[in-house]
Design a protein around this ligand. Structure first.
Ligand SMILES: [Zn+2]
Length: 285
């Protein structure tokens, strides 16, 4: 376990130092914590995908803020009750180009070195864009707690498939597709409002928070539960918490260090250092 460090960076701005200096100091503290950890659990939210052009849903200029009707498609009750809502949703997915050409950015790629030497315990993401796996992170290490738009599911049985299987049907004129196996409603494999998390995902995420040396929370406001509980879970079990986000989060008070800057700029610096091995018995040549 990593000892919590007292962080100068947290108070630098209070002492009148320039934000750029405070950011620099916070990056160094964070990089040191990550380099000294044998096991790192990562939690990511929407902020890591902003530089990939993923639309913001809830902000002032968000998709749902400007068009509340669009949010209905993400509420399981409307989706199940109204074929018009389902048709509109499939229409957007099949023809709207919402996810076409969306590529991982430097932030997603920055996390890859953690896998060297098996230091990445688990990467938990609140994002449904599938970009961590596209960036090359081992899918076995990724928990997509809110599901993924890259897969389709049946609401009536265990049928699952790549989303393209269903999108091809929609493009061929099957505008409200149902399951061939059971007749149930098909949906992207995302967790909609009113829909429970997928079985086992939250347990696995909390275990990853308990078992790591450092919890690295990136691009999440840490205000969506239950996934935000990973932070107190990590703290209670002696892990250091590094929060990287462009704006304040609801868990800043629990962080060992808060790094407030551009994710795609600071994350490569925080994660890029090789692990420093503390082994005094090793001979020096
Ligand atoms: Zn089915």
């Amino acid at each position: 376990m990593v000892e919590a460090v007292s962080c100068e960076a947290l108070t630098m701005q209070d002492r009148g130092e320039r934000p750029a200096e405070a950011l620099e100091a916070a990056v160094l503290v964070a990089a040191d914590l990550v380099a000294g950890a044998a096991s790192v659990t990562v939690l990511t939210g929407a902020g890591i995908s902003t530089d990939s052009g993923i639309p913001d849903f809830r902000g002032p200029e968000g998709v749902w803020t400007k068009n509340p009707e669009a949010e209905k498609a993400s509420d399981i009750r409307y989706f199940m009750a109204d074929s018009g809502v389902r048709r509109a949703r499939w229409e957007v997915l099949a023809h709207g180009g919402m996810w076409d050409g969306v590529e991982p950015n430097e932030g997603h790629r920055a996390l890859r070195p953690l896998e060297v030497g098996g230091r990445l315990h688990t990467l938990v993401t609140q994002n449904v864009d599938g970009l961590h796996v596209l960036a090359g992170t081992d899918p076995a290490l990724v928990v997509e707690v809110h599901g993924t738009v890259r897969r389709a599911m049946c609401l009536g049985c265990d049928w699952r498939a790549d989303i393209d299987v269903v999108l091809d049907r929609v493009r061929a004129g099957d505008l409200d597709p149902h399951c061939d196996a059971c007749g149930g409603l098909l949906k992207s494999a995302t967790v909609s409002f009113g829909q429970g998390l997928f079985e086992g995902d939250m347990e696995r995420s909390l275990a990853a928070a308990r078992e790591c040396d450092v919890l690295l929370a990136v691009g999440s406001t840490l205000g969506v539960y239950p996934v935000a509980l990973m932070v107190p879970e990590a703290v209670d079990n002696g892990a250091a918490v590094v929060v990287v986000n462009g704006s304040p989060t609801e868990m800043d008070h629990l962080a060992t260090v808060n790094v407030r800057g551009s994710i795609s700029e600071v994350l490569p610096r925080i994660v890029g250092r090789p692990q420093h091995v503390v082994d005094e018995s090793r001979p020096t040549w």
